[in-house]
Write a protein that binds this ligand. Structure first.
Ligand code: HEC
Ligand code: HEC
Length: 246
């Protein structure tokens, strides 16, 4: 019995520490990291997929969020993010921390699923399948709109995710055009669907809807192409420890 327990401990230790990243932070970034812990950002945000699930993963947020927006989020907050009243020194420290995390060699802020090189996750396989298919240009534009947002943190390809985000390849069968515009404008915050940030223009919503239509009509082909690109790397999403994210 004791040997088994010791063996379990050794295996677990190996699993936990084997993918450590040796990250050298500057003094300013270390101050940012201290604030990150002090203000409990991780209650709502993830780093490398670990943390709360109300806000987006921040591992690669520096390249999406410009200085003005970061400053505004950290002072007055937003509809969903509390006003934290950071002063300019604290903002600069947080900026340094987020920038130093956002480097190719440090990894992508996605749920860690098998090979971290980014080409084999279910999402990456799906995106590659979409790009390889010859979709009408409007649909491609809609796809790019989604890809530049945080939608894929909650919506998984071809299945309902554990946080209850539906499969978007079948959404046109459930919602008509005006209902789609509505959810793409205001989200459904009570049900866990945040309003898209930044807001989508009327033209972008139209492109997203075109994309949903195309996705629905080509669903079977895309689904098998996604599976093919991922073959040998199947991962059961439902076995992830989701309680960490909720
Ligand atoms: C109570 C939950 C909550 C806390 C605590 C919180 N945030 Fe947020 N944050 C959100 C939500 C929700 C969003 C996305 C919606 C929005 O922008 O209004 C967000 C958005 C952001 C974004 C923009 C991300 C992007 O990709 O657009 C950044 C950067 C950010 N938060 C940083 C922080 C930092 C740093 C802290 C800690 C000092 C923090 N947040 C604390 C909920 C939170
Ligand atoms: C924080 C997680 C989260 C994020 C991020 C998110 N969604 Fe959702 N989304 C949900 C959930 C949960 C629902 C289901 C809400 C409900 O039960 O009514 C939903 C519902 C939807 C629906 C309606 C689906 C249906 O069948 O009724 C659409 C369309 C949608 N989301 C699109 C998007 C788009 C586009 C983005 C990116 C801009 C996005 N979502 C980002 C969680 C999320």
């Amino acid at each position: 019995m004791l040997c088994v327990l010791v063996a379990c401990f050794a295996v677990q230790t190996g699993l936990v520490y084997s993918d450590d990243v040796d990250l050298q932070l500057s003094q300013q970034a270390i101050e940012g990291r201290r604030l990150f812990h002090e203000k409990a950002c991780q209650v709502c945000h993830q780093l490398w997929g670990q943390g709360g699930f109300l806000g987006p993963d921040l591992t690669n947020s520096a390249s999406r969020v410009d200085e003005t927006r970061l400053a505004s989020l950290l002072t007055v907050g937003s509809g969903q993010m509390p006003a934290l009243h950071f002063d300019s020194k604290q903002i600069a420290a947080m900026r340094a921390f987020l920038e130093e995390l956002d480097r190719a060699e440090v990894g992508r802020g996605e749920l860690r699923l098998g090979d971290p090189d980014g080409t084999t996750s279910p999402q990456a396989a799906f995106e590659a399948a979409v790009l390889a298919a010859s979709a009408p240009s409007n649909a491609v534009a809609g796809f790019e709109v989604l890809r530049s947002g945080v939608c894929s943190a909650c919506h998984f390809p071809f299945q309902v995710s554990i946080v209850g985000a539906p499969d978007l390849s079948t959404v046109v069968a459930r919602l008509d055009e005006s209902a789609l515009h509505e959810v793409l404008t205001s989200g459904r915050p009570e049900q866990g669907m945040p309003p898209p940030v930044p807001a989508l223009s009327q033209a972008q919503r139209q492109q997203v809807i075109e994309y949903f239509r195309w996705l629905n009509s080509d669903r079977d082909a895309l689904r098998s192409e996604t599976a093919r690109r991922q073959s040998g790397r199947r991962l059961d999403w439902s076995r992830l420890p989701w309680w960490e994210y909720r």
